[in-house]
Write a protein that binds this ligand. Structure first.
Ligand code: FES
Length: 125
């Protein structure tokens, strides 16, 4: 097992906001082309801000922890604020990732961008 931070292990062992939202405002799924790991994110907005976020991930501990942390980072954010979240932000919130696992947080950034695109495709900009 790589040298994961206590926060990564916590989110891996006790993922936050796990599952799928019923009738979400937007849902998106992305795959990491490097390893085939996948994550799906569904969100619901209220008054222009993300009020609920849920994820399902098939992947390594870092991918699961990054997806879990992503749902926490998204709560309360506008879409513009959410769009500004980078993979480095997710990794930093997790207390860092081992060098050979940094790419796992890219999945989080990709799924945020994808769910925002999905939302704008159905609800307008
Ligand atoms: Fe695939 Fe971590 S090894 S996302």
């Amino acid at each position: 097992m790589p040298d994961y931070s206590a926060t990564v292990l916590d989110h891996f062992q006790r993922p936050r906001n796990l599952g799928d939202l019923e009738s979400p405002d937007a849902v998106a799924e992305v795959e990491n082309p490097a390893c085939g790991d996948r994550t799906r994110l569904s969100v619901r907005l209220r008054d222009g801000r993300i009020a609920e976020a849920r994820f399902r991930a098939e992947g390594c501990p870092a991918a699961i922890a990054a997806s879990s942390m992503t749902t926490e980072l998204l709560l309360g954010k506008s879409l513009a604020e959410a769009a500004a979240i980078r993979d480095e932000d997710v990794a930093a919130a997790l207390g860092g990732l081992p060098r050979n696992k940094l790419h796992c947080s890219v999945l989080a950034e990709d799924v945020i961008q994808a769910v925002i695109e999905a939302y704008r495709a159905t609800h307008g900009r």
